[in-house]
Every structure is written in C-alpha cells, then in structure tokens.
Design a protein around this ligand. Structure first.
Ligand code: NAD
Length: 505
C-alpha cells in the first residue's frame, strides 16, 4: 500500500443483507487521502429507501438471531477474531490511506477493537443472570435479553476501534446492528463487514449505511431502532443524545476531551518526557485520549526545553513511510482550524516554543500536515486551553503545588482522561482520590482501560452524566435489558378457598 494516486477510485457501497449495494443517490461525499488530497473513494449520502432497506433487513433478521444459541453467536465471534487477525495489515492500510495515521499506529487502532471482540468471546460466562429463592417454593430469575435493532454512529479518528467497540457486543448479545461509519473513513468498517459475513454472521445482523447528518437523523427518527451508540464531537453527540432520548431510545454518547498530564518533580524524568511527547503527538493528536495539556508542578517547568527537543525528533510524514511518527490531520479544514487555535494562543499571550505550522514533508506538499507544536505560559482563560484542539499541539501550564494542579484540572469542563507522573504512592493516592476525570493514569499517559473494564470518561466528555459506558460490564448492560421471572411451584395445595387481595405482608 502507498499514497499513490488511485487511477479509477471506486465508490464505497452500502452493506445491506450481507451484500454490497451500490447507492442510487445523487449526493456523494468525496474522500481524500489526507497525505496527498488525492481522491480515494466517493461515499454515498444513502437515500431514504436504502436506509429503510437496512432497517428492514435488521428487523427481519432479529427473531432468528435472538433465538440463535449463545454458543452459535460465540463461535461466529471466535471466527471473526481469527479473520481480523488474518486481515490486520489490510485493515491498517485502509486506515492509513483514508484517515492518515501511521501504519504502525493504525495496527494499534485495529488491535484495540480486536480486543473487544476477543473479550466478547467470553459471552457464555458474562451473560449469566441471577437466581434467588425469594420465599417458600418461590424463586426469581433474571435474564439479559437483547434490545432488537440498535445503531452505531462512529467518528473519523478510530475507523476500526470504534466500530469494534460496538459490533461484537451488540451482536453477540443478540441484537442486529445498523452501523454508520464516519463518512470520512468508512473503509475499515467495510472490511470488518466482509469479515463478519465470512465468519458466519447471518444476513441482516450487521448492516452498514453511509452518509452524514441526514443518515444520523434517519437513525434517530426510525422507531424500530431501540438504542444508539455514538462517539464523536460535542456538537453532534449532545444533539443525538437529546433527540434520541426524546424519541425514547437508549443512547450512549462519548464526546470531546481535554486530557491533562500532571508532572511532579519526583517523577522519572526520562520516562515521563517520552510518555508525554508520545501521548501528545501520536496520531497527530487526533485521539480523544491524547495528552494535550501539560500541568508542570514546581521545578518541572525547567523540563520544557527537553520536551521541545524530543518533540523535534518526531518525523512528520505520509503514514506509509518508514519511520513516520505522525501523519497528516484529517482534512484541510481541520488543519486551518488547528493552526487558527495555535495563533489564538500566541495572540492571547502564550509562548510558542515549537511551531509546526506550515510544515510540508518533501514527498507530500499537498497533505494536511501540522508538525508538533508546543505553547507554554498558557492560562485557563485562553481559547487554546478551553477548546479541544484535536491536533499535534501541546499546551503547557505552570503551577506551584499538587493542590493547585488538581484544582486547575477539576475546573476543566471535560473529564475523559488524566495522568500523573510521580514516584510517590502518597501523591498518586491523593491525586487518584481528588481528581474528577473518569480515567486516571499513574505514570500511564493514555489510561484507556482494556475491554474487561469499560471506557469511563465523565463530566462533559460523556452525554447525560455518564452511566451508559462503552464495552465491559457496562457495555453488556447497554446492549441488553433485564427480564425477571418469578415462579411459584407449590409443594402443597392451598387450604383456603377464598382469594386474598391485599399485598402479602
Ligand atoms: P463528529 O461529531 O464530527 O462525527 C462523528 C459522527 O457524527 C460521524 O459519523 C458524523 O457523520 C456524525 N455527525 C457529525 N456532525 C453531525 C451533525 N451535526 N448531526 C448529526 N450527525 C453528525 O466527530 P469526529 O470529528 O468524527 O470525531 C472527533 C471527535 O470525536 C473529537 O471531539 C473526539 O474527542 C471525539 N472522540 C471521543 C471519543 C470518546 O470516547 N470520548 C473517542 C473518539 C473520538
């Protein structure tokens, strides 16, 4: 794979009833390689008839899929896991071409999703209900039942991981899924659909429909869709959460972030600096858990020149190039927005220690590249601090004490992730207790929990005050509803002949 111009780009198809279907639409969204801005494919804004056909297919498939034994569903998941491993490079190449991240990072994108699918293979022990003898001859049992047809609306930044946060758990629990990948990079989701079919997922259990806001509105309005999983920006997520909830749907919505690293003077300096630079600039900062904000406590402000030196060592290049550390950002518009936020920092009085604006790798003069950028002397009132930049920009603030750092971080509206770097268990313990963000790393820069736990961002990084987390036990709860059965098997007949009408006391 490479960034070479594709001679005849092929349109992206919908995936309905286990078939690739060319759209009849006359509205197409051009998808460009972010490293070159060459056309890769055209993505349809699916027509209402196509969107309805996808839901018809899912609704038709559901009764048989719900009735399929758990072991049948588990076996399909085992096969899907094997196929994803087999097609790992192909998936990663699709991500690098459409999304821009480096090939090795794209492999990580696939792996993080694959791990959710692997964990879903344990469904036979995860979906057990409860049983209790609640009175003489009487017992109550609880079952977890699927919801029906559910939908997933995905962001551009993890084209394999986020679809795989949803597909394995939604389907292994007996639901049928309508997936809308990001219109900016649906290729990986399309490969996953092909693999799911090969793994034996029956017709209609997974349908993929493309498009932008119009497809989202269809999903919200379609009464047969019972639940929506969304990951993406605040604006779209708050809208989908509010309108979806109003329509009576169960909605989980993960939103934007501003993740802080608190650096204590007793931290291991080398490891800390490497961790910060990797987590701030990896994936060109386009991770919801990117460590985009540095809080330097006390004398660690003197570490800034070394952070700058390490950031300068990173190679910005096309994602398929050997040794590339970060690729381009997703679009020319995104590059303009990021560069504007850097300038806002300068205008507001921050110090530009490293300026990645205008960087062009020699082979890729037309790509959407921004080099690593570092702003220091940043204040909480500045726009570059308040807004999610979602680019390779590290903003740095300085405080004197741990308490000041905690107060500063807690005052931020977001609560996705946070990290502290220290060698003191007592300091880490206080930080862990007092900090409000939902995912805390102790000497771990990007503390995304593996799928035996859940992704637990909080505050404004999740809609509706949280609770509906992705994957893990909470993910299983999201995709199932409880049914309780109370049964009375009398060992002897009643002696009275008159019915009692009061509640038993
Ligand atoms: P986005 O909101 O632009 O797009 C996400 C999805 O919503 C896409 O499928 C898109 O088609 C749809 N959409 C976009 N605008 C819409 C609108 N006005 N109405 C209805 N639907 C709309 O997000 P993005 O730019 O693709 O992704 C980046 C964002 O996602 C960042 O803010 C990042 O922090 C966030 N993100 C969060 C997490 C998390 O778990 N908290 C994970 C990954 C990404």
């Amino acid at each position: 794979m490479s960034h070479e111009k594709i001679a005849s780009p092929v349109n992206t198809k919908n995936f309905i009833d286990n078939q690739l279907v060319e759209s009849n639409t006359d509205l197409w969204i051009d998808l460009h390689d972010p490293a070159t801005n060459n056309l890769v494919t055209r993505v349809p804004q699916s027509t209402d008839a196509e969107l309805k056909a996808a839901v018809d297919s899912a609704a038709k498939a559901w009764p048989a899929w719900k009735a399929a034994s758990l072991l049948t569903r588990q076996q399909i998941m085992f096969r899907l896991v094997g196929l994803i491993r087999q097609h790992w490079d192909r998936l990663a190449a699709s991500i690098t071409l459409e999304q821009g991240k480096t090939f090795s990072d794209a492999k990580g994108d696939v792996l993080r999703g694959l791990q959710v699918a692997e964990t879903a293979c344990g469904i036979t022990t995860q979906l057990t209900g409860e049983v209790l003898e609640v009175a003489k001859d009487m017992e109550t049992r609880s079952y977890r039942e699927p919801l029906g047809v559910v939908a997933a609306i995905c962001p551009f930044n993890f084209p394999a991981m986020i679809p795989l946060w949803c597909l394995p758990l939604a389907t292994v629990t007996g639901n049928c899924l309508i997936m809308k990948p990001s219109e900016r990079d649906p290729g990986a989701a399309m490969i996953i659909a092909e693999l799911a079919k090969e793994a034996g997922l029956p017709d209609g259990v997974l349908n993929i429909v493309h498009g932008a806001a119009k497809t989202v509105d269809f999903i919200i309005d379609e009464p047969r869709i019972k639940a929506i999983s969304f990951v993406g920006s605040d604006k779209a997520g708050k809208y989908i959460y509010a309108r979806g909830s109003e329509k009576g749907k169960r909605v989980q919505a993960n939103l934007g972030a501003k993740n802080h690293a608190c650096v204590m003077p007793d931290a291991n300096k080398n490891a800390t600096l490497n961790a910060i630079v990797g987590a701030a600039f990896g994936a060109a900062g386009q991770r919801c858990m990117a460590l985009s904000t540095l809080v330097l406590v006390g004398e660690t402000r003197n570490w800034l020149p070394e952070i700058v030196e390490r950031a300068k060592l990173l190679k910005v290049n096309g994602g398929f190039e050997e040794g590339a550390d970060l690729g381009p950002v997703i679009s020319p518009q995104s590059k303009v927005r990021i560069e504007g936020l850097i300038q806002s920092g300068v205008d507001d009085g921050a110090t530009l220690l490293l300026d990645g604006r205008g960087y062009k790798p020699p082979k890729y003069p037309n790509g959407n590249f921004v080099g690593p950028t570092i702003l220091s002397n940043v204040k909480p009132s500045m726009r570059c601090y308040k807004e999610e930049i979602f680019g390779p920009v590290l903003v740095c603030l300085e405080v004197e004490t741990l308490d000041e750092a905690i107060n500063l971080i807690n005052a931020n509206e977001y609560g996705n992730g946070v990290a502290i770097f220290t060698n003191s268990g007592a300091v880490a313990g206080k930080f862990q207790r007092d900090i409000e963000a939902g995912q805390v790393g102790i000497n771990v820069p990007i503390p995304v929990p593996l799928p035996m736990f859940s992704f637990t961002g909080n505050k404004n990084s999740i809609a509706g005050n949280g609770g509906n987390y992705f994957y893990g036990k909470a993910g299983l709860n999201f995709y199932t509803q409880l049914k309780t059965v109370t049964a009375l098997w009398r060992s002897e007949d009643a002696v009275n002949t008159k019915a009692t009408v009061h509640m038993p006391t």
